[in-house]
Design a protein around this ligand. Structure first.
Ligand code: ATP
Length: 199
C-alpha cells in the first residue's frame, strides 16, 4: 500500500486544483522557503482528520482555506483527497484504490468522504487503524518528531510500537466494549432499584 495521489483545491496556498501523483520509492519535494512544501504534508494530515488548527500552523480551522492574494480572490471552501493504492487489499475494502476526501466551508460545515461516499471521521480512523497511517501515526514524521520520540515517556513510545504491531484496533474495541458493559451495569442497578421499590 502506498500513497498514489494527492489532490488539493483551495487548501492553504493551493488555490487552484493541484494534483500530485506519487510512485513507489522515494519522492522529494523541493522549493524555495514559503513555497508550500509543508502545506503538502499539512494537507495529508488534515484529510486524515487532524482537528488541531495549531498543529496545522493556524489559529482556527478556517485558516486552511485559501485566503486570497493580490491576484486572486479568497475561496469559500477547500477540499483535499488522498488516494491509496490498495491492490494488496491491506485496507479492508474490496477496491484497488481507496480515496479519502475532506471538505470544509467557511461557514464551518465540513464533510468526509470514502470513495466519494459520505462517511464519518470515525470510519476513516477505523479504516487506517494499525496501518501506520493517520494524523498521529508513525508514517508521518514531522520536524523534531524523532527527538520528541526519544525523549518521550516510555508509555508514549509504547503507543508507537502498539500501532506498528497492529493491536490499536483491538485496544480501541476493548475500550468501547468496556464502556458498553459499564453502561449495562448502571442500567441493571437502576432496574434493581425499581424492582425493590415496586415490591
Ligand atoms: P519553508 O521552506 O520555509 O519551511 P515551505 O515551502 O514549507 O517553507 P509552507 O510553510 O508550506 O512553505 O507555506 C507557507 C506559505 O503558505 C506562505 O506563503 C503562506 O502565506 C501560505 N499560506 C498558508 N496558509 C494560507 C492560506 N490559507 N491562504 C493562502 N496562503 C496560505
Amino acid at each position: 500500500m502506498y500513497l498514489k495521489r494527492l489532490e488539493m483545491s483551495g487548501f492553504k496556498s493551493f488555490a487552484s486544483r493541484t494534483e500530485l501523483e506519487f510512485v513507489p520509492g522515494i519522492t522529494a519535494v523541493v522549493g524555495p522557503n514559503g513555497s508550500g512544501k509543508s502545506n503538502v504534508t499539512d494537507a495529508i494530515r488534515w484529510v486524515l482528520g487532524e482537528q488541531s488548527a495549531k498543529s496545522l500552523r493556524g489559529s482556527k480551522m478556517e485558516d486552511v482555506i485559501f485566503i486570497g492574494s493580490d491576484s486572486r480572490k479568497p475561496v469559500g471552501f477547500c477540499e483535499v483527497s488522498i488516494t491509496m493504492d490498495n491492490s494488496k487489499r491491506i485496507l479492508p475494502l474490496d477496491y484497488a484504490e481507496v480515496t479519502v476526501t475532506r471538505r470544509v466551508y467557511r461557514s464551518g460545515e465540513s464533510e468526509y468522504l470514502l470513495n466519494r461516499q459520505s462517511c464519518r471521521l470515525k470510519d476513516i480512523q477505523e479504516l487506517f487503524m494499525d496501518t501506520g497511517i493517520g494524523k498521529e501515526a508513525y508514517s508521518m514524521i514531522g520536524q523534531g518528531r524523532i527527538e520528541e520520540m526519544i525523549s518521550n515517556k516510555s508509555e508514549d513510545r509504547r503507543a508507537i510500537f502498539e500501532e506498528a504491531a497492529g493491536i490499536v484496533k483491538y485496544k480501541s474495541r476493548k475500550k468501547e466494549a468496556e464502556k458498553k458493559l459499564a453502561d449495562a451495569e448502571q442500567n441493571l442497578v437502576r432496574i434493581r432499584d425499581l424492582i425493590h421499590e415496586l415490591r
